[in-house]
Design a protein around this ligand. Structure first.
Ligand SMILES: [Zn+2]
Ligand SMILES: [Zn+2]
Length: 318
């Protein structure tokens, strides 16, 4: 069954590539990059399947147990744009082009200085590379990195100036996951890519980790009264857990400027004492929105206002 699906996928990929991508690349003299473009097309196709799965699973979930209901849905439509840009690979492609050279340079530098990248089986010889155990350990390690990146996004004023865009959604749905400032996307992707390189995540597994992560992250933003139960809430980030992170006041104030920073595993919030299992389905957003601060509703306005806040943050304003 899986083999058959893979065959169909590859056939469609080859057909689109020959019919649409190759002629364009040929006429632009870019055939040297044909192999990369072929892989990129595969990524974009996976993105389309992912969005279909998200809609098929999470739309009914949101209809079944909604936390909130709104008549006006313009704010949600902007989030749909972010999701398409991200999953079709337009943003990842731009980021990849920005990052591929510096990351390659770093790899060469590490090798020249005799720094050998660790392998999971060197540290834990009982674990086989490419096994499920190795996959889970890489997933856990990258999630640890993302936890601290997220702490930085809240703690540092300039970074919060960008990340607050993600928090400014007051109509949160499963589409909200990719709602980020483009500059923030570049910075966080760079941090995670460099961490993956240093930890030594095999590239095939990195791709799987990204997809598995994206599915869970979309679910955690769903406008749904869904909790995973006492134990489940502590094992995997749920819609209830992540909603506390988006709750007005709760998710961006206090000693740590927020709570529930973990992306996939609440373990990190438990270990570093930032977990909040009490907060239950509160309204989402940022407190200054209640005083009328505008974060924008359309895509370009949101991006522009993020830069305005960034500039102000360098002058000491919040
Ligand atoms: Zn946050
Ligand atoms: Zn979020």
């Amino acid at each position: 069954m899986i083999d058959r699906m893979r065959e169909v996928f590859t056939a469609i990929q080859a057909w689109i590539f020959e019919a649409a991508v190759q002629p364009v690349m040929f006429s632009l003299g870019l055939m040297a990059y044909a192999e990369d473009a072929y892989e990129g097309l595969g990524m974009a196709m996976v993105g389309v399947i992912e969005i279909a799965v998200l809609v098929a699973l999470f739309k009914p979930l949101e209809a079944w147990r909604p936390v909130e209901q709104w008549a006006e849905k313009r704010a949600v439509r902007t989030d749909v744009i972010y999701t398409w840009l991200n999953r079709l690979g337009v943003l990842p492609l731009a980021i990849f082009l920005l990052l591929v050279i510096p990351v390659n340079e770093l790899e060469i530098w590490l090798r020249m200085h005799g720094i050998v990248r660790p392998n999971i089986e060197d540290v834990m010889p009982w674990i086989e590379r490419n096994s499920i155990g190795a996959f889970l350990i890489y997933l856990l390690l990258l999630d640890f990195v993302e936890y601290w990146v997220h702490r930085g996004q809240h703690q540092l004023n300039w970074w919060w100036a960008l990340h607050s865009l993600h928090h400014s959604q007051r109509q949160m749905t499963f589409w909200a996951d990719d709602r980020n400032h483009l500059l923030d996307d570049v910075i966080t992707s760079a941090a995670v890519a460099v961490a993956a390189l240093i930890i030594g995540v095999p590239s095939g597994q990195f791709f799987l980790i990204i997809i598995a992560g994206r599915m869970i992250e979309s679910l955690s933003h769903a406008n749904a009264r869904v909790s995973f139960g006492w134990l489940g809430e502590r094992l995997l980030v749920s819609p209830k857990f992540h909603r506390a992170h988006h709750a007005i006041g709760v998710g961006h104030e206090g000693a740590y400027r927020g709570c529930n920073f973990a992306v996939l595993f609440p373990l990190w919030d438990i270990v570093f004492r930032t977990a909040n299992f009490q907060s239950a389905y509160e309204p989402t957003g940022i407190r200054d929105q209640l005083q009328g601060r505008d974060y924008g509703i359309g895509f370009w306005r949101q991006q522009w206002l993020g830069l305005v806040r960034l500039k102000a943050s360098f002058r000491g304003a919040s």
